[in-house]
Design a protein around this ligand. Structure first.
Ligand SMILES: [Zn+2]
Length: 481
């Protein structure tokens, strides 16, 4: 009897091992092989133009009173004078005061247009970090093979590279196959009113685009566990955004005679409870695409895990869960961001308030998230309200077999050697989230390699990145069939 049981267990183990190995060997590359063409060197003029663009302080401040229109007008003039051929050939509309909307008529009107996006504005330099920069954030200095300054990575590399490529091609009397729209918003870092207005304009004009391309994923050489080759991460969806307010109001009083529970106690307990109940990890569509695209390229053990998520899902999750960005790829995140209570050291406040920010995985709807929060906190004394203006559900997922993904993938592989590609879930927000009604094919990708200091100190992008971006946009515009 025992022998039979042992034999059965042995058989079961062999079966599982057999299935795992079979699936691993069946898990073959889906990467399209494209031979890269060497990128030409950056011309002195192109480099200067990028540096000049960094020098113009198109800053988006949280406080609207600090908005300085002169910098945005200077940036517009800079574009007009630096790219005269582009401004002669393309039509341009100024929308929402400072956002720019260009149209470059294509040869073939039966083909749907494409939209290339980039934003003019940059985030401010935090007062406390000013002295920590190793050079003036608005100098655009070139040092150690990098171009340094606020806006180099986000997002002037894209804006300048697009303009450089268009200018060059117009000069050569080139006309694109499809009509090309350029959308340069002026307030992406504040939610994108400019981009919203341009998307609205396109809808009114019944313009449906074959593809929209905006900033997003990057080429990375080191950040994916197990990967040795460089990988282009093409954003195919963007997480949703929801902020809620938790409010507790119970009578306060003198701090010499505290009640068993105060408003602060109840609120902080609610936050701790919420944080200790993270959302379940899930493989969203972009994550499944990531597994399918990169799994077969990985060393054997990782490949085996990715080939058999039915068995190793837990292992994959625990690997990616270790880092904050990895964890954010797998679940709707919960982040308390503001907390307020009390006015004096000897007064127990009547009201305590907190703001909690959620970034929603595709498929997690804001209404369901709020229901879940109520259930987890499980305390009626904590009132839960949405914070008005910034709610957005996760964007639709761009299909990997659609025109947009295929075109961007092929073009970046032609622009940078030995590159693998993968879909990617964008954790941050971009202007292109407002274009869901303009196109089903929205690709969020910035053709640069491991940029540094995004939104932070010593923001910089390598010369190799700029060279790649220039080459990428030129080849893309030339190949819009
Ligand atoms: Zn940006």
């Amino acid at each position: 009897m025992l022998k039979k049981a042992l034999l059965f267990i042995l058989f079961a183990i062999l079966l599982v091992v057999g299935i795992v190995l079979f699936k691993t060997f069946q898990f073959t590359s889906v990467q399209t092989k494209v031979v890269a063409l060497p990128a030409p060197a950056i011309s002195e003029a192109s480099l200067q133009h990028f540096q000049q663009a960094i020098g113009i302080k198109t800053v988006s401040y949280g406080n609207p009173a600090l908005f300085d229109s002169t910098h945005f007008l200077a940036f517009r003039r800079f574009l007009e004078t630096t790219y005269p051929n582009m401004h002669q050939r393309l039509t341009r509309e100024v929308v929402a005061g400072y956002s720019l909307f260009y149209k470059w008529e294509g040869k073939n009107n039966s083909l749907k247009p494409v939209v290339l996006m980039a934003h003019q504005d940059v985030v401010p330099i935090e007062e406390a970090t000013q002295s920590m920069w190793t050079s003036d954030p608005f100098s655009g200095v070139v040092r150690d093979n990098f171009i340094w300054g606020r806006g180099t990575t986000d997002d002037k590399i894209n804006l300048v590279s697009i303009c450089e490529s268009v200018e060059k091609l117009v000069k050569e009397s080139f006309q694109p196959e499809r009509t090309v729209y350029l959308v340069f918003g002026h307030d992406e870092e504040l939610g994108g009113k400019g981009a919203i207005a341009i998307a609205q304009l396109m809808k009114e004009r019944n313009i449906i685009a074959e593809m929209v391309m905006d900033e997003g994923g990057i080429i990375t050489n080191e950040k994916i566990p197990g990967m040795k080759e460089p990988v282009a991460l093409l954003g195919t969806s963007e997480k949703g955004y929801l902020s809620i307010e938790l409010v507790v109001e119970i009578p306060g009083g003198h701090s010499s005679m505290p009640e068993k529970e105060t408003a602060i106690d109840i609120l902080t307990k609610a936050i701790v409870t919420l944080r200790s109940h993270p959302f379940e990890p899930q493989f969203s569509d972009p994550m499944q695409g990531f597994i399918k695209s990169l799994g077969p390229e990985m060393p054997f053990v990782q490949k085996m895990a990715f080939a058999n998520p039915w068995l190793f899902k837990g292992l994959i999750i625990s690997t990616y869960d270790k880092s904050a960005p990895g964890s954010a790829m797998l679940r709707t995140t919960i982040a308390p961001t503001i907390i307020n209570a009390g006015i004096k050291d000897n007064v127990i406040p009547t009201q305590a308030k907190a703001t909690v920010n959620f970034r929603l995985l595709p498929g997690d709807l804001s209404a369901d998230v709020i229901d879940r929060v109520k259930k987890i906190i499980g305390d009626d004394r904590v009132k839960i309200g949405r914070l008005g203006t910034t709610i957005a559900e996760a964007s639709a997922v761009t299909p990997m077999d659609g025109y947009g993904y295929q075109k961007v993938e092929a073009t970046i592989k032609r622009s940078y050697p030995n590159l693998l590609s993968s879909p990617f879930l964008m954790l941050g927000a971009t202007d292109s989230r407002h274009f869901g009604e303009v196109s089903d094919n929205i690709v969020k990708f910035s053709p640069m390699i491991d940029p540094i200091g995004f939104h932070g100190i010593d923001e910089r992008v390598s010369l190799e990145s700029y060279r790649t971006a220039l080459w990428f946009y030129e080849q893309l515009l030339k190949d819009l069939r």
